[in-house]
Design a protein around this ligand. Structure first.
Ligand SMILES: Nc1ncnc2c1ncn2[C@@H]1O[C@H](COP(=O)(O)OP(=O)(O)OP(=O)(O)O)[C@@H](O)[C@H]1O
Length: 492
């Protein structure tokens, strides 16, 4: 639909674009990215015919742009510039109606029923129908932006050029506008070329992206290829992290602000932060730790500074244990949004709690192990605190390494009637929380052969064994505890 070949040119002051080449297909949503001053608007102006180029060629539908008359171009293409300021206080409907100009025939432009229907339809689609009698000068920036988009759509173009269309729009209108453009691109085979400053929106909506740097094309490809962390860091000269969107298969880029956290790189989590009570174990940290957990509260990946291991009676029975846990946390002074919480009927006193260190690596482990009831599933809850900056890969490997070490400990203690009964039928209610301080040098790996993996293996194996043995030794204690609290039955 659009072919740009070796395009060069700029302004009297100097060349801006250098040998720019790319193609945009019919019905494609194509994004132009690049830092301030890289030439995005200049490129859009050249494609729209508003700015002459010095060298190269632009073709629309295989025909040189220069062969189109202004009226033919206006029927083919609509432009939504970055700053659409209109001097005349036209009403919203009048402003949108101007979009029909290119379609009117003869010297005496007549307003047809078709023109009327198209204007009403695009006002409806852009959510401005209720504003139609208002003067454009009375509108907010976002409302005005939608009026100009409606005007462009009223033109019924085959190509739509947009310069930062979501500028001024609040979150819901950003989504609505881009959903609408995507739908128009698919349903009406509208070709959309848009400049974006918001790389995440571009990633979510565009089929392909062009990245400009100093007037040259750095890459034209899919969002996943273009938005590589190292490339964007280098082009925009800023710290970012690439993270996949949780719901759609598109990359998202997160800014990394300068840290205002003054805890030293060798800040360590250890028993100083731990509090072991009869009915719960808690660990509170002065900074939030990055967590990966399967806890009742705080499951998944997040950042948390409170860790609660709650001991409940054997008879605990609750249909909505997540809500009940959130109430418990609140009642006991913990913010559920900042807390990873687990539950067990294993007495707190039998948990194993140990600090392991090897050179500059250190971890703090808390394991509780036992059966929550005679014949009921095995329950081993593991907290693994890693003092260091752990890569995504190492987080996952930590969980694998910890699971393997736990199984080794269980196998060695196979004689345990309490644990093996449920193990044989393959049922467990085990939970794990891995929390890292994310300070200091990055630790890339935590597989069993890596230094961190070895420390985790050794620590989890030792703590799991210790917790099981403590539990066996303390069975009587558990019985007493179960009886003393049997009248406290949690039922919702
Ligand atoms: N009318 C003009 N006359 C002379 N130079 C211009 C003109 N418009 C832009 N420039 C220069 O051309 C270069 C590219 O500008 P352009 O507006 O195309 O960049 P951009 O990538 O769209 O930037 P931004 O992200 O800030 O909108 C800049 O150095 C700018 O100063």
């Amino acid at each position: 639909m659009i072919t740009v070949k070796n395009l060069s040119g700029g302004y009297a002051g100097g060349e801006v674009l250098k040998e720019v080449s790319f193609e945009v297909g019919k019905g494609e949503l194509f994004g132009i990215l690049g830092p301030n001053g890289s030439g995005k608007t200049t490129l859009l102006k050249m494609i729209s015919g508003a700015l002459e180029f010095r060298k190269g060629a632009i073709e629309l539908d295989s025909r040189p742009l220069t062969q189109y008359s202004p009226k033919q171009l206006a029927r083919m293409m609509a432009v939504l510039p970055q700053h659409s300021d209109q001097a005349f206080p036209y009403s919203v409907k009048e402003t949108v109606s101007l979009g029909r100009y290119a379609h009117q025939k003869g010297w005496f432009h007549s307003w047809s029923e078709e023109d009327e229907q198209i204007v009403l339809k695009v006002m409806d689609q852009t959510g401005i129908a209720h504003l139609q009698e208002k003067s454009i000068v009375e509108l907010s920036g976002g409302e005005r932006q939608r009026v100009y988009l409606a005007q462009a759509l009223a033109q019924q173009p085959r190509i739509l050029l947009l310069d930062e269309p979501t500028n001024h729009l609040d979150l819901s209108f950003q989504k609505e506008l881009l959903d609408l453009l995507k739908k128009w691109a698919a349903d009406e085979q509208l070709t959309v070329v848009s400049i974006f400053h918001d790389l995440n929106l571009a990633s979510l909506y565009c089929d392909r992206l062009l990245l400009l740097e100093n007037g040259e094309v750095l890459i034209v490809d899919t969002p996943a290829e273009v938005l590589k962390e190292e490339r964007i860091k280098a082009v925009y000269k800023t710290q970012i992290k690439n993270h996949p969107h949780p719901e759609v298969a598109r990359p998202q880029l997160l800014l990394v602000p300068e840290s205002d956290d003054n805890h030293a790189a060798d800040f360590k989590i250890d028993s100083r932060f731990l509090n072991v009570g009869h009915d719960r174990i808690t660990l509170k940290t002065p900074v939030k730790l990055r967590t990966m957990s399967s806890g009742i509260t705080g499951a998944g990946i997040g950042w948390h500074n409170s860790f609660v291991h709650r001991v409940v009676p054997m008879e605990y029975d609750c249909s909505d244990h997540k809500a009940e846990m959130a109430e418990y946390l609140q009642a006991n002074g913990f913010l559920p949004s900042e807390t990873v919480a687990m539950m067990t009927a294993v007495p707190a006193e039998t948990t194993a709690r140990r600090f392991f260190e090897n050179g500059c690596l250190s971890i703090f482990i808390i394991v509780s192990a036992g059966n929550t009831h005679r014949d009921s599933p095995r329950n081993i809850n593991t907290w693994l605190f890693i003092n260091g900056r752990v890569s995504e890969e190492a987080f996952i490997q930590s969980a694998m390494t910890a699971a393997e070490a736990k199984m080794s400990a269980l196998q060695e203690l196979e004689g345990s009637t309490l644990l093996i009964a449920s193990q044989n039928i393959g049922i467990s209610t085990d939970s794990i929380c891995i929390a890292a301080t994310q300070k200091g040098e990055e630790i890339p790996y935590a597989g069993t052969a890596s230094p961190l993996g070895k420390l985790i293996s050794e620590g989890i194996y030792a703590c799991t064994k210790e917790a099981i043995l403590n539990y066996r030794a303390g069975k009587n204690l558990m019985k007493e505890y179960g009886q003393s609290t049997s009248n406290v039955k949690h039922k919702r």
